[in-house]
Write a protein that binds this ligand. Sequence first.
Ligand SMILES: Nc1nc2c(ncn2[C@@H]2O[C@H](COP(=O)(O)OP(=O)(O)O)[C@@H](O)[C@H]2O)c(=O)[nH]1
Ligand SMILES: [Mg+2]
Length: 338
Amino acid sequence: MEALVQAALNHDRRALARLLTVVENRREGVDTALAALFPHTGRAWIIGVTGAPGTGKSSLVNALAKTFRAAGRTVGIVAVDPTSPFSGGAIMGDRIRMRDLAGDRGVFIRSMATRGSLGGLSRATRDVIRVLDAAGFEIIFVETVGAGQSEVDIARAAQTTIVVEAPGLGDDVQAIKAGILEIADVLVVNKADRPGADNTARALKAMLEMGHPATRTDLISHHGRLMPAESAPGSSAASIWIPPVVSTVAPENTGIGDLVAALEAHHKYLIETQALDGLERQHIEIELYDRLQAALMARLLKGVPGEVFADVIHRIQTRELDPQSAVDAILSLPDQSC
Ligand SMILES: Nc1nc2c(ncn2[C@@H]2O[C@H](COP(=O)(O)OP(=O)(O)O)[C@@H](O)[C@H]2O)c(=O)[nH]1
Ligand SMILES: [Mg+2]
């Protein structure tokens, strides 16, 4: 395992692929490997790309990766699509879309397998990002389907989050519903070649103006969220970030230059306002609680026999026991180690 970690750190692509499989499937030695890698992490710029299926996320990542590669920067891509449980479909599609990047040693593409729970997926995604970060990829894109809270959580592991919309899907309304606009640092209206794109862009801008009134001095936007000015890291009038709306046609590379400029501006803003540190602290806090929760739950389940749960569930169903009393009873069982 030690040799594998060392080889991955030395940019050995086969070792990197093997290590990612170990990490993703939580094979034996995974925690040791991740611990050895950890001191090498924290250097990459992580860009989340989220939005409804078919809006053009993969096409955009492909165009962005090519642009960053042309500027000499290395790129890692992590594609997460929990809505496609069958390994063939979406992943093959992404591979084909990403073929322009194939053979470029400065790019590494990883499609996450989608088995297991979303909680497990978000943990595995975090670990995979970390491996690519340690291996020295300067920019890491994480593509997720913006369909629910878990995907939003995955997107939150990023420093810069792109929310992708496309005209004609009623996406603007869906976006508000999913609370996904809140996490946007940069909004993209892709498929700008399609009818209705201008309306979508206008609707988004109007919504942003409602949510981000630059004239209000008591609230400022931090990482796409409004918060009281005094509680935002590095707060000052200059630290207001209003997510720009960028129109693109990804397959034609239209608007990609503007999008790159918007991304760079956000990164610069994060660095100059010292928001990057605060953001990392926030991410670490969330991760720590997630891991603690998972570890405590695993420990608890190990100490409580399965029959006990079956019995307790039955007693709740027959109204002999209420759910909270059941929890208290399980936690006070003598043979569980919590
Ligand atoms: N007309 C048009 N089609 C696009 C555009 N961007 C992507 N597509 C197409 O939309 C489909 C879905 O794109 P994809 O990148 O896979 O979307 P994802 O599911 O969000 O990753 C593909 O057939 C793309 O070729 C665009 O800007 N204009
Ligand atoms: Mg995709």
